[in-house]
Design a binder for this molecule. Structure first.
Ligand SMILES: *Cc1c(COP(=O)(O)O)cnc(C)c1O
Length: 296
């Protein structure tokens, strides 16, 4: 399986016509440098093991990473990120060494009162089969909690019925629907992006259909390092130009973060404005000044 929409597609697979790939192989020397860094930063409490896929780690590597992090007093929580359960749930039913290694890390964490969970990536209800259910039941019986992060994709999961069924099936296999992302600005996948407006529309349909704690948060991860923002929480959103403006007071106070709806969802007139760099600047400046005018 090759996810061309992946926000980390810059490091997955071989070079394509669009993207020259970064090589990020499992590298124990690099991990040691990461451990040394994490150990010196008491504010690092929550560690995401990602940027590759935990499914690709050998059992021993997974256990080494987990135990090394659990050893650090500052580390309180960690998540192993993997697309695996949505692609190859069979591994969980057959690769005992891998599942046992994960179980040992989770159990050690539990004794230390530290949370170790799995984060995965189902996007569509059709990805959840009877095999998925068996695999997730096995993890559930071992007390391994799984959260899901979906990516909104046009024509794939951007209809209310699809998102409602996804959330229902995730709940059925005890996977917590944590986030639904508005698609990152990934090169070469404009056809798959949706607007902030679509995310807000979907959230409205999903909320109320099940328990509040099983309702995903629809988020925008705007460029610039402000982190994920609740799609609803924009300071200003112009549905005509497709520009939304966010703030992240606890991450980067005083800064503004912009997200841009895909051009194909805008009027022909506005699409033409986006072709002109001077007009682009006018639209961006207008959005920023209106966001800044929203005084508290
Ligand atoms: C999503 C994400 C995290 C974790 O964010 P949470 O809101 O705590 O789930 C951390 N680092 C990066 C780069 C991320 O994209």
């Amino acid at each position: 399986m090759y996810c061309r929409f992946c926000t980390r597609s810059y490091a997955v697979g071989i070079d394509t016509e669009e993207v020259e790939k970064v090589n990020l192989k499992a590298n124990e020397e690099r991990w040691k440098q990461a451990y040394a860094y994490i150990r010196t930063r008491p504010e690092l409490e929550d560690i995401v093991i990602s940027g590759g896929d935990a499914y690709q780690l050998r059992a021993q590597q997974l256990e080494d990473i987990g135990m090394s992090l659990l050893d650090m007093p500052n580390v309180r929580r960690m998540r192993f990120a993997t697309k695996g359960p949505a692609v190859m749930p069979q591994k969980i039913l057959t690769d005992d060494a891998w599942v046992d290694a994960l179980t040992r890390v989770v159990e050690k964490g539990r004794k230390l009162h530290k949370e170790v969970v799995l984060h995965t990536h189902f996007n569509h209800p059709n990805e959840i089969t009877g095999i998925t259910e068996d695999a997730m039941n096995k993890l559930f019986e071992r007390g391994i909690f799984v959260r899901n992060q979906s990516v909104l994709q046009r024509g794939v999961n951007d209809a209310p019925e699809t998102m409602l069924l996804l959330v229902k099936r995730l709940g059925h296999v005890n996977v917590h629907p944590y986030y639904v992302y508005v698609h990152d600005l990934v090169k070469g996948v404009e056809d798959l992006r949706t607007s902030v407006d679509t995310a807000i529309y979907l959230e409205k349909h999903v909320r109320g259909s099940t328990a509040g704690f099983n309702t995903p948060v629809f988020v925008v991860d705007a460029p610039g390092g402000g982190g994920k923002r609740d799609a609803h929480s924009y300071e200003y959103y112009d549905r005509e130009t497709g520009i939304s403006v966010y703030q992240a007071p606890s991450v980067k106070p005083g800064e503004y973060f912009l997200y841009f709806d895909p051009l194909h969802q805008l009027s022909t007139h506005t699409q033409r404005r986006w072709q002109d760099p001077a007009e682009q600047q006018v639209m961006v400046d207008d959005a920023l000044s209106k966001a800044k005018a929203r005084l508290r």
